[in-house]
Design a protein around this ligand. Structure first.
Ligand SMILES: Cc1cc2nc3c(=O)[nH]c(=O)nc-3n(C[C@H](O)[C@H](O)[C@H](O)COP(=O)(O)OP(=O)(O)OC[C@H]3O[C@@H](n4cnc5c(N)ncnc54)[C@H](O)[C@@H]3O)c2cc1C
Ligand code: SF4
Length: 488
């Protein structure tokens, strides 16, 4: 373990942030990671609990007490080896994971968990800086060909694992760049895209082929899902050319708000707004970028996507930014006895909220009001929850000015037409139906077709996508070779 009395001697250290006025001037990352001495102190706080709840709370089961101890002992290289044994991309999760591990940490009973995510961040960045993360070539090639549809964290993790097992892997991506929502959903200020590019280079050197701008199957007419495809391949063609196919296309169907005025100009899905800024940051020239400059922006939806719209709108220079949430305001402090070591229900204030945002809870939108076809205001009503049912509060209607409305109410499911084109059954929520059983897991009902990530589990987190990608890779390796040495 770290230092036997470390948890009594040292305080938790939070990562620093650049001041708000400075970070609002650009889209760069603004988190100041721990230096080596600070990370060592964090590592020293780990109690190496007999039952490490953190390890179980982490969806990829990172071996947290071990890397905490190695950092405390200044053995960064082995800390990186331990971290990479369970997580292909810790520099992603070290930046954007909500850290369920820290919620599960025994010290969180006292509200000061070990800064696990900040240690992970420090190890991953150091490993790149030191040049430890070189391509890992397979011992032998198998001659088997695997197609991965979708290049988000699930597709990337699966492709890397499968290439390292010796298979010829081709990743098909309909967008013009690799990364899925890491690339076109999550803003640069949370994770700069050079981290994805560096991994793509590593994976190319490991033998992965990336084909961007290629849509597998088809999207419905008028679909607003991000799509830069210049080429289409049919599922049948793919199945003919490859020995196995992994569907890792995410859950891209945004939840809509079909109230009067929905068709007005200025009412958009968050995933129409965020990808455009990510493209501009990448140096693309866009005609008529959707922008928030000088506008009264209302973001509907209180989650991560909404918060990213808030941060982006403030960087555009919005006149005001308001975020709506249908549910009542959660308590500031969770009830530890009821929730620990699970993910607690409590108020979460993101760095984007701190940059300036009016947050409204228990509010519903009844209508978008327009003038000459453009949105000008929203008609709202306050709501209460009684016996699990939402009821409107009589007389609480309000009209609020809005020139830009961003719908960030989550994602319903994968795009149905993609699953239908493969003939893959859906579960009750419209996701690809495939179990996660130890044997035969991640297999859909269609021969040689597997599914993982948001496409299988519904909208989730990067760390869950990495887990599913890794586990699906093992399932595919077993299917192709009869057995697998890939970790599960
Ligand atoms: C705005 C936003 C912010 C988020 N912030 C966070 C966060 O801070 N932390 C966190 O942990 N999670 C966050 N998430 C969730 C996280 O990004 C997702 O859970 C994760 O990316 C899912 O990974 P995936 O690989 O399953 O799918 P995705 O990342 O959605 O990738 C799927 C890819 O498949 C491609 N594709 C789909 N269909 C086809 C096809 N037919 N042919 C070819 N290509 C296809 C898509 O273009 C896409 O690139 C956020 C999500 C959003 C939208
Ligand atoms: S991936 Fe997420 S849950 Fe796992 S150790 Fe890192 S921050 Fe914690």
């Amino acid at each position: 373990m770290g230092k036997v009395t470390g948890f009594l001697e040292y305080e938790r250290i939070e990562e620093g942030y650049e001041p708000v006025p400075a970070r609002l001037k650009n889209y760069k990352e603004f988190v100041i990671g721990l230096n080596a001495d600070q990370a060592k102190v964090q590592g020293a706080r780990c109690m190496d609990c007999g039952t490490p709840f953190c390890n179980n709370g982490c969806p990829v089961n990172n071996i947290i007490p071990d890397f905490n101890d190695l950092v405390y002992r200044n053995d960064w290289r082995n800390a990186s080896t331990v971290l990479h044994s369970t997580n292909n991309f810790p520099e992603f999760t070290g930046r954007i994971c909500p850290a369920p591990c820290e919620a599960a940490c025994t010290l969180n009973v006292n509200d000061d968990p070990v800064g696990i995510k900040s240690i992970e961040h420090a190890i991953a960045d150091r490993a790149w800086l030191e040049g430890w993360l070189t391509p890992q070539l397979p011992k032998a090639k198998t001659g088997k060909k695997v197609a991965v549809v979708g290049s988000g964290p699930a597709g990337m993790a699966a492709a890397q694992q499968l290439a390292r097992a010796g298979h010829d892997v081709t990743v098909f991506e309909k967008n013009d760049r690799i990364g899925g929502l890491l690339r076109y959903g999550i803003p640069d200020f949370k994770m700069e895209k050079s981290h994805i590019d560096r991994r793509v280079e590593q994976m190319k050197a490991e033998g992965v082929t990336f084909r961007t701008g290629v849509l597998v199957g088809h999207l419905p007419e008028g679909s607003k899902v991000t799509n830069h495809a210049k080429e289409i391949i049919s599922p049948d063609e793919l199945k003919k050319q490859f020995d196995a196919v992994l569907l890792a296309g995410g859950a891209e169907q945004s939840r809509d708000l079909p109230v009067p005025g929905r068709d007005l100009d200025g009412v958009h899905f968050a995933m129409e707004f965020l990808p455009q800024q990510n493209k501009v940051n990448a140096g693309d020239k866009l005609k008529g970028q959707l922008r928030a400059d000088g506008k009264h922006v209302i973001v509907i939806g209180g989650g991560d996507t909404g918060s990213d719209c808030v941060g982006t709108s403030n960087r555009h220079g919005a006149a005001s930014v308001t975020q709506f949430e249908l549910m009542p305001m959660p308590p500031e402090q969770e009830n530890k006895e009821l929730t620990w070591p699970y993910w607690p229900y409590k108020l979460r204030t993101s760095s984007s909220h701190e940059e300036g945002c009016q947050r409204e809870f228990a509010i519903a939108t009844k209508e978008f009001i327009g003038e000459k076809g453009k949105v000008k205001a929203l008609k709202t009503v306050r709501v209460e929850w009684k016996d699990g049912k939402m009821v409107e509060v009589p007389g609480s209607e309000q009209v609020l000015p809005a020139d830009l409305v961003l719908l960030a109410m989550g994602f319903v499911s994968p795009v149905a037409s993609i699953l239908d084109a493969f003939g893959v059954d859906k579960d009750a929520r419209g996701n690809a139906k495939a179990s996660t059983d130890f044997t035969g897991g991640y297999r859909t009902g269609v021969d040689k077709v597997f599914a993982a990530g948001d496409m299988r589990r519904g909208q989730s987190l990067v760390v869950w996508a990495i887990r599913e990608g890794r586990q699906a890779a093992r399932a595919i390796d077993e299917y192709l070779m009869g057995s697998s040495e890939l970790p599960r």
